[in-house]
Unconditional design. Sequence first.
Length: 367
Amino acid sequence: MNEIAYAIALSRLQGVSLAMALQLYKAYGSAQAVFELSEPPADMSQKAGKMLMTALSNTKELLEHANEELIYCKEKEIQVIAYNDAAYPTLLRNCEDAPLVLFFLGNADMNATHIISVVGTRRITEYGKDLCRTFCRDLATLVPDALIVSGLAYGVDIHTHRASLENNLATIGVLAHGLDRIYPSIHRQTAAQMTHHGGLLTEYMTQTQPKPENFVRRNRIVAGMSAATIVIESAERGGALITARLAQDYNRSVFAFPGRVNDQYSQGCNNLIQNNTAGLITCAEDFVKTMGWQPKEKKIVQRQLFPQLSEEETLLCQLIAQDNRKQLNQLVVESGISVANVTALLFNLELKGVLKPIPGGRYRLLT
């Protein structure tokens, strides 16, 4: 029986909470040492000590199950990572309620320098989708080694994973079940891509059902393994707000994108900002600057956008290419073209598929 099997069994010892299992593991230095206890720790209450010794007296089936899990993981090339292993996420290890064992399928470094969790509503709007795309695209330019963590759920999660993959950012999905399934199943193709450029992570053994309480519990991993948590969109209540609160409890940075005051799925973000739980950001550059991360030096590339554009259209595109956050009035001032003509030119460029209006009255190029 190896140590990792004991660790799996300890994390599932009946009558012993995850917090207590972790405390015992730390106190005795290994899971096997806990299983070999002849009496409870001196500082443990009589009731808790009795429950522990009762649980330790009947572990044969539990250890057999742990060994079966290890055989499955070996066949499927799943890494089983115990709390003291070098591959275990260091930021997560610093959390008092960290999982004792993690199961990981992928190739990402979970101790990367720049790890960010991005969360939000399952009922994402077009505004939220555009934020996911724009944030990941710009982040990939500023911090190309960033690792994006989310939950593979509908809405913000899956759009963030896909935007990360499209922009060559590694991305990890934290699951609320074992690695023998993907839930929701419609995200199976994206999950498969993530195993080659990121990965899938869970604390649950195979044959674990995706129960509602598991989703709440997995949020602590999303928050705990990341240096910062960003909320894209959220209603007044939701799992994303739980993740944000956990991140704050772990003394991690929390950010939110604001939305219009009457938008249902911006209400949670606006409340986070108003209550000083989250910092307000409008773009990846805001986030990177606030985190104090050194952005990659941008290379200015001269290019011919579209040969069929007029001189004035080309000028506007060149101005927008310098900064994808420019508004109409800035373009008027910098181009020297009248408001009416700039408005008409922007409309024509949108029809040609050259640019797209984005939140805040700004424009960004699509090429």
